[in-house]
Design a binder for this molecule. Structure first.
Ligand SMILES: Cc1cc2nc3c(=O)[nH]c(=O)nc-3n(C[C@H](O)[C@H](O)[C@H](O)COP(=O)(O)O)c2cc1C
Ligand code: SF4
Ligand code: SF4
Length: 264
């Protein structure tokens, strides 16, 4: 068993990259996706959560994951949370602090890191990928130093956007009804393998969306043929993923069932 464990959720690699940098620095650390429930057996020195901000708060899957994680054997562990966001907002850290407190643990450290904004269904992708990646890497260095020494930091205040978080998150699951796949699709199944919550099955060589979507944008952003679009919004928009993260690191090891028949 490792000494440390980091749970992460990531659509386009920003959070994955932050989690990876922290894991490398604290050493002896497991990196586990929050896409599927995890049974926390054993006692850890440090337990971390790294995830993006969605609509002024935590992604729904992250909240559900932490709500059901058994922390009872780890009440004395150093627990930290790092969120990544496009605006630098720390939304979602207050909530995780409450959830962990309610489970008898203590969130000792909470920090946010400003990254590239990836919500391609909502806006065009910026052109400053390299600069944003550099700034992210720079900001992560301080977070890494803090976590190495088990520093204590309270969550910053939520932004006003946090007020819309509940209804926003509720609206996401069926938004995949707006996804469609064009003739450029070569049936490679990358979209299915990269979906962190198993919301895609391959049906007659094409992705079929199962309506428990988190809107993480991974399928749209990582499709090598740019064959997935959201309504009529994304056809002329660029695609993004963190430049230092490979598709291999994002492939969801739980998605070995891409070619099973879709069950609705
Ligand atoms: C559904 C969705 C909602 C988002 N909401 C916010 C937000 O409220 N505030 C913000 O600053 N960034 C927001 N973003 C941008 C992401 O938080 C940001 O790009 C993050 O670093 C992406 O992390 P990832 O690459 O690990 O998926 C949103 C992105 C998505 C896909
Ligand atoms: S990733 Fe793109 S090309 Fe590959 S199966 Fe999915 S939609 Fe088709
Ligand atoms: S279907 Fe696409 S947007 Fe929805 S959770 Fe899966 S990868 Fe993310």
């Amino acid at each position: 068993m490792s000494k440390n464990i980091i749970f992460y959720f990531s659509g386009t690699g920003n959070s994955r990259n932050v989690a990876k940098d922290i894991a490398a620095a604290i050493e002896d650390c497991e990196l586990i996706s929050m896409g599927k429930q995890h049974n926390l057996s054993g006692i850890y020195q440090r337990i971390g959560f790294v995830y993006p901000v969605y609509g002024g708060g935590m992604p729904g899957v992250v909240e559900r994951f932490i709500q059901t994680l058994d922390l009872s054997s780890n009440a004395n562990s150093y627990i930290f949370a790092v969120c990544t966001s496009g605006s630098g907002s720390a939304d979602g850290l207050t909530n995780i602090s409450k959830i962990i407190g309610g489970k008898g643990g203590k969130l000792s450290y909470a920090e946010s890191i400003r990254c590239f904004s990836n919500y391609v269904g909502l806006y065009a992708m910026g052109s400053d990928v390299e600069n944003k990646a550099k700034a992210q890497s720079q900001a992560t260095k301080q977070v890494v130093k803090d976590i190495q020494i088990c520093a204590v930091k309270s969550p910053a205040k939520n932004s006003p956007l946090a007020l819309i978080h509940g209804p926003f998150i509720k609206s996401l699951a069926k938004k995949d009804k707006g996804f469609h796949v064009n003739e450029a699709c070569n049936s490679c199944a990358t979209c299915c393998k990269v979906c962190p919550v198993g919301n895609i099955k391959m049906l007659d060589g094409k992705p079929d969306f199962l309506h428990h979507c988190e809107q993480c944008m991974a399928c749209i952003q990582w499709c090598p043929k740019k064959a997935i679009n959201f309504k009529n919004k994304t056809q002329d928009r660029g695609r993004y993923h963190h430049p230092d993260i490979t598709i291999g690191e994002m492939i969801n090891e739980q998605n070995d069932s891409c070619f099973e028949k879709s069950k609705r």
